[in-house]
Design a protein around this ligand. Structure first.
Ligand code: SF4
Length: 410
């Protein structure tokens, strides 16, 4: 089903001069690539065109993305030493693409108490983590101020850890439970130690598609409102797309365009992360609403197109080893990617959906994968600042050195 890795590697530039790759491309594709290379905008209508390219056009697209990545952010590939904590899998939202959620009466439903969460954070720090990434199900039995209380408990015990937590869906739920506006709720979480918010729950930012994926999920207007408010109150966020399910290429184009317009207003996105849909154990697949799509060339197309589209707006393009596996995610480094994500240490959401890349990639493994592509690994903070301690030092915890204001332009 998936494109063999040898075929993927044959698409990568590997020292071929850019001019040579461009000269073999068709005229319409070359016109788009030239525009990106000259720092002029790739238009929304160009996106579906780029996402369909084949053969020499695809090679030229990848070569252009690799060239732009080198010009804009250099040869370093960054990564963060972090731990995922999916603190509960109890959820009433019932997204059709999610194999992680459980009803509270199911045997394997769980909701970690505060002591268990603190023990996980302590263990992560002892293994060199500078970040905890925390997201969970939407648990109807949680206390109204639970998210704030978790932050306060963690930051009181471990003030040095960067808390990257709570998707826009969790922010929506928390603000409803507390009867607070998004601004007041996010400001409260910020003051309790929230360092940044994952730009997840985005899936595809189109309400008709979202209705198919999840009837109860945060709608587009509310997602934009929550993320824009986070940026306004000084909380940077990542940005994501989940691709490869029921969406069309036009939906992808509109999604990227919306994120680019938001970034031009707020400058609050730290990175963009394309996330391939993992279909195996999902209701969408079981009901025949999605067909398996081959991994490989389609992922390189997506990453390379995003490097071009976000040029000048979002510099950091992150691959996902959880979704793509180690070999393919390493290959994306030659298609515009400059960040390898995090070590994670514990990953449940993609694993439950059928991903088989494992739960933990050590810093050493990540560095080896980066070097295997001829690039230079560098451990970073969550907000792309410097880390003074070496990645391998087990207790070498360094504080996040980048002030929030410098990312959001406040
Ligand atoms: S994706 Fe999140 S909100 Fe949706 S069902 Fe899964 S845990 Fe719940």
């Amino acid at each position: 089903m998936n494109t063999p890795i040898e075929e993927i590697r044959a698409l990568l530039p590997k020292g071929t001069p850019l001019d040579q790759s461009l000269s073999r491309a068709s005229a319409p594709i070359r016109e788009i690539l030239d525009r990106a290379l000259e720092r002029r905008d790739v238009a929304i209508d160009d996106v579906p065109v780029l996402l369909r390219v084949e053969d020499e056009d695809l090679r030229a697209l990848i070569a252009a993305a690799d060239h732009i990545r080198r010009e804009d952010v250099g040869d370093e590939v960054t990564y963060v030493v972090n731990r995922n904590i999916n603190f509960t899998n109890i959820c009433f939202v019932n997204c059709q693409f999610c194999a992680f959620k459980r009803q509270r009466w199911e045997d394997d439903a769980y909701d970690h108490g505060m002591d268990a969460i603190l023990a996980k954070v302590e263990e992560a720090i002892s293994r060199g983590a500078t970040e905890v990434c925390m997201q969970g199900g939407i648990n109807p039995q949680m206390s109204a101020f639970h998210y704030r209380d978790v932050l306060v408990a963690i930051k009181t015990a471990f003030p040095q850890i960067h808390m990257h937590a709570f998707s826009p869906m969790e922010i929506l739920y928390g603000s409803r439970r507390t009867n607070m506006s998004f601004e007041d709720y996010l400001s409260m979480l910020r003051d309790a130690g929230l360092g940044s918010v994952p730009g997840t729950a985005a899936e595809i930012l189109d309400d008709e598609i979202r209705e198919i994926l999840s009837h109860k999920k945060v709608d587009v207007e509310t997602w934009v409102d929550i993320i824009s408010t986070a940026h306004r109150v000084g909380i940077p966020t990542t940005s994501t797309i989940m691709y490869g399910h029921v969406e069309s290429l036009d939906h992808i184009a509109a999604h990227l365009d919306l994120l680019r317009r938001m970034q031009r207003e707020t400058r609050g996105f730290t990175e963009f992360v394309p996330l391939r849909f993992i279909y195996e154990n999902t209701i969408l697949y079981q009901r025949g609403l999605v067909k398996p799509t081959p991994q490989g060339a389609s992922d390189l197309r997506m990453y390379a197109t995003c490097r071009l589209f976000f040029r000048g707006d979002i510099d950091n393009l992150q691959t996902s080893w959880v979704k793509l596996g180690h070999e393919l995610s390493a290959a994306t480094l030659a298609a515009g990617v400059n960040d390898f994500g995090g070590t994670l240490m514990e990953e449940s959401i993609s694993r439950e959906a059928g991903a088989d890349a494992g739960e933990y990639t050590t810093a050493e493994e990540i560095e080896d994968l980066i070097r295997s592509m001829g690039r230079i690994p560098r451990q970073r903070s969550t907000l792309y600042g410097e880390i003074s301690a070496p990645a391998a030092a087990p207790l070498g915890l360094a504080a996040d050195t980048t002030p929030v204001g410098s990312i959001v332009g406040a």
